[in-house]
Each structure stands twice: as C-alpha cells, then as structure tokens.
Design a binder for this molecule. Structure first.
Ligand SMILES: Cc1cc2nc3c(=O)[nH]c(=O)nc-3n(C[C@H](O)[C@H](O)[C@H](O)COP(=O)(O)OP(=O)(O)OC[C@H]3O[C@@H](n4cnc5c(N)ncnc54)[C@H](O)[C@@H]3O)c2cc1C
Length: 346
C-alpha cells in the first residue's frame, strides 16, 4: 500500500482534538490501585485515536518513584502533587488541587476508577467544574466526531446505555476489572511535572486512625467458590468455605442469598455486586442469570456445579459438573486434601 494511502487511512481514523486524556492515578499508602493501570490502558487507546497526549494526575506524599511507573504503563505526562498534606485521601484537598489542574490543562476526557476513593472524588470534581459525569462505566468508545461514548448498564442491566456529555471535560468513573491494562514498558519515556500543591489546612475531616477491615476482597481473589439458591440453609456455606480454604480462595454468593441475609453484601458477585476476574470461579447451585454472569463471565476458568443440565451457567462454564452440590463439594474437598497430603509426603 503506498505511503500516501496509509497516511489517508490514518487521518480518517484519527479525530484531531486539542485537549488531553487525563487519568486519575489512585494510591493509598504509596500503593497504586490497579484500576489506574486499566484506565491508562483504555486512556492510551482513546488518546491515540484523538491524536492527543495521555496524562495522569497523581497525588500523595513521597510518591515520585511511583510517578515514573505511570509512564511505564502508558502516561505521556504525569502531574505530580507530592506533599505531606496529601498523605491520606481527603476529598476536599484532592478536589481543590485537581479542579485547578483541570481548569489549567483543559482535558477533553477525564477518567477515574469507580473505587471507594474514586466514587467520593469524581462527583465533587464534576460539580465544581459544572460538567457531566457518567458513573460505573463498563466500556468507553469514541463517536465519529471524537466525542466520548460512555457505556454503562441501565434498566436493571437489561440494556447498555450509551451516554454522551455536552460539557467538558467528559468525565466518567470506570469499574475495576473491566478494562485491559497496558503491559509495563521499562524505560518508556515521559515527563513528570511537579505541581505546586495548594494546601488546604482545615477541611473538617480528620483521620483518627485506620482499622483494618476483615471484609473479603473478591476483586483481588484468585479463586472464588460462590453459592446460590441451590444451597438449602445459611449454615451450608460451610461446605463452600471448606473448598475455598482448600484452594486458598474466598467465598462468593449470588444476590438472593445476600438479600435473604445469609451472607454479607461484600460477597455478592454480579451486576449490583462485584465484578470479578479470578483464575478459577466455582459456581455452586447458581443458575446463571444475566445479572450474575455480568460479574464473573471474564474469570479465567469457570467450573459450574448444578443439578439442572439446562442451567444457563453451563453456557459460560469451562467445566460442567451436573449433579448435587451436597454430594460433589465434599468429594472435591476430599480429593484436594488427598493430593495435598501426597505432595507433602514426597
Ligand atoms: C437489578 C437487578 C440486579 C441484580 N443483581 C444481581 C447480582 O449482582 N448478582 C446476582 O447473583 N444476581 C443479581 N440479580 C438477581 C438475578 O436476576 C437472579 O435472580 C439471581 O442471580 C439468581 O440467583 P441463583 O442463581 O442463586 O438462584 P436460582 O436462579 O434460583 O438458581 C438456583 C440454581 O441452583 C440449582 N440447584 C438447586 N439445588 C441444587 C443442588 N442441590 N445442587 C446443585 N444445583 C442445585 C438449580 O438447578 C438452579 O439452577 C439482580 C436482579 C436485578 C433485577
């Protein structure tokens, strides 16, 4: 293909914009939240299509080394706000500094993770900038004019709404574990711009201490054993716990059992619960309703145990075990323990 033709193709695909694509890099205690790398992954795709830079705003204390890592994951430029006043997350302090940056740099698009911190921060920033915000997006795209199409479930997850924002920047929070992160490229070049931090002294919030929660972290789990209405009583979650313990995993649940108060909401997988991507997902007595599949279908390996051979969960399962979970689970635990003890004696 002649060079001019390639050039023409490229021009057709690229919609030249002047702003940038900005990603909020979230950290706590110096640990970057992995949703940041996923946002940089999607952000670099959008920035390339728009022909603009991918930038990132990073706030905290003693985090300059981590800023370089953001460049290795795709940022062209990192706006670094490094100050003791930003050591722990404070919505007012973060908002004040980020709003000023956005007014100065005028990004076209601004992406934030739909995390605990992101969900607290994004509406405050959007309100201060008087711009729109689409929460909990599961995909992002561009229309032919380069406007951001923000895709999120609506009407109980029955449709995927495509939202466009007239105001700028176009702001969206994006669910964790739905976008693909860029691979880290050591030595990738970019710029870290140290910004002057506006110190807000009294914000009305003071952190007195941190208590470590013993809540299950489904999003990070490598193995999840989930139970559904196939369970007969709350105590039967013990069967699932036993298998999860044998595999070094955690217990998940479908929504009805959470609604019935059999298990905490933090265990719920699905549309109105957590989106998970473990290496192994074992669904026990779960039919496979679309709202449940929404949260687990991207798991690496799905094993479904169900006594109904026509259960929709089998459409997404890699391994289908047709039978009674009360017979199968104890057998699985026994077999795993046998393999473990054999390995130990070797
Ligand atoms: C707005 C909205 C949001 C929702 N969000 C979520 C969500 O986040 N997560 C979620 O899970 N659901 C969600 N739901 C509910 C969802 O639609 C389904 O109702 C739910 O997922 C069904 O749960 P289940 O598979 O446990 O139960 P069921 O659909 O009743 O399935 C039970 C299964 O167990 C099997 N079974 C029974 N006994 C045994 C046995 N002894 N051994 C093996 N198999 C057995 C049966 O064959 C059956 O397939 C939502 C619904 C709405 C409207």
């Amino acid at each position: 293909m002649p060079a001019y033709w390639l050039n023409l193709c490229f021009k057709v695909k690229q919609v030249k914009k002047t702003g940038e694509v900005l990603v909020f890099a979230e950290q706590e205690d110096g640990e970057v939240h992995p949703v940041t790398y996923e946002l940089l992954g999607k952000g670099s795709e959008l920035a390339a299509k728009l022909g603009v830079e991918l930038t990132s705003v990073f706030l905290g204390c003693g985090i300059s080394e981590k800023a370089v890592e953001l460049i290795q994951y795709g940022a062209d430029k990192v706006y670094l706000y490094d100050s003791p006043s930003l050591e722990t997350f404070d919505a007012t302090r973060y908002t004040t500094n980020i709003v000023e940056l956005v007014k100065e740099t005028k990004p076209e698009i601004f992406l934030i993770g739909a995390t605990r911190i992101g969900r607290s921060l994004a509406p405050r920033i959007a309100a201060a900038l008087r711009t729109g915000l689409t929460a909990d997006c599961v995909d992002l795209n561009l229309d032919k004019d380069g406007n951001l199409i923000q895709i999120r479930p609506a009407f109980s997850g029955n449709i995927m709404a495509q939202v466009k924002t007239k105001t700028r920047p176009q702001m969206a929070t994006v669910r964790y574990k739905v976008m693909k992160a860029n691979k880290k490229v050591p030595g990738r070049k970019g710029t870290v711009i140290k910004k002057k931090v506006k110190v807000v002294k009294d914000t009305g919030t003071k952190i007195l201490g941190k208590i470590k929660s013993d809540e299950v972290n489904l999003a990070e789990a490598e193995v999840i054993v989930s139970g559904g209405r196939g369970l007969k009583k709350p105590e039967d979650f013990a069967l699932l716990k036993e298998l999860a313990a044998a595999l070094g995993g955690v217990v998940g649940s479908s929504r009805p059992l959470v609604d019935a108060g059999w298990i905490g909401k933090e265990h719920q997988v699905g549309f109105s619960g957590h989106t998970v991507k473990p290496r192994v997902y074992i669904a026990c007595g779960i039919s496979g309703a679309p709202q449940h599949l929404f949260g687990m279908r991207d798991s690496d390996v799905i094993i479904a145990i169900n006594k109904d051979p026509s259960a929709p969960i089998f459409n997404v399962a890699d391994y289908a075990v047709i039978g009674d979970l009360y017979e199968i689970l104890p057998l699985m635990v026994k077999q795993i323990q046998k393999i473990r003890s054999r390995r130990k004696t070797r």
